[in-house]
Design a protein around this ligand. Structure first.
Ligand code: MG
Length: 218
């Protein structure tokens, strides 16, 4: 069973479902030729896809174009359904940074056929997580910058406030679609700059002042 590691806490929380949001930064939607959505684009990843900072991303044999996507990740701390904006905000227990590794070639083929993105998003090691920081210990202003480097070369950097749907809005919307429970994770979308990675690349990513992670592609 995969768990969330929380900074300054011995508690380890079991990961439930992982709900991911796509196209939540306008410039990223445009770089992939997509329209900016009126409602968040939603898909799921399994908990079995999770690895942690220091672990390796294993390049799947069925893709030749794996992309990095750095994202703010929310940990849900209580059960909610059809939540108000305030209750949605209060259900966010902690923040971390994560990578939503994506098989872009596979995803493009699936999209063209109108099929779900599952195969492009759910492979083992496709969700890389940092340590999490409790919301009680950190006041997220959204003025923070989220960034990612590959072999020390910067690929992604943007302010979190460029998110189209803000964290509490996302949680409120998702809770209108499905019950959210303690241990669920929400990936909130990636800024512009997504790019292909290769075997032996070292990826470092973070949100300034909050959390960082390092991983290698093998
Ligand atoms: Mg993503």
């Amino acid at each position: 069973m995969k768990t969330i590691k929380i900074k300054n806490s011995k508690n380890e929380i079991s990961i439930g479902k992982i709900v991911c949001v796509g196209r939540n930064y306008a410039e990223h939607a445009k770089e992939l030729g997509n329209e900016v959505p009126e409602k968040p684009v939603v898909f799921l990843k399994p908990a079995s896809a999770v690895i942690y900072s220091g672990d390796n991303i294993i390049y799947p044999s069925f893709s030749e174009e794996m992309h990095h996507e750095v994202e703010l990740v929310l940990l849900i701390g209580s059960k909610i359904k059809d939540a108000s904006l305030k209750d949605a905000e209060n259900a966010i227990a902690a923040y971390g940074v994560g990578l939503d590794m994506t098989l872009r070639d596979v995803q493009s083929k699936l999209k063209s056929k109108g099929h779900p993105w599952t195969i492009a998003k759910c492979f083992d090691t496709s969700a890389v997580l940092s340590e999490f920081v409790l919301r009680d210990d950190y006041n997220l202003s959204l003025d923070e910058e989220i960034f990612l480097t590959v072999n020390d070369e910067e690929r992604q950097r943007d302010k979190l406030n460029k998110m189209i749907f803000k964290p509490a809005e996302l949680v409120q919307y998702l809770s209108s679609l499905m019950t959210l429970e303690e241990g669920d994770l929400i990936f909130t979308g990636t800024p512009k700059g997504v790019c292909k990675v290769s075997k032996s690349d070292v990826i470092k990513a973070g949100i300034e002042g909050l959390a960082e992670l390092t991983t290698k592609v093998i």
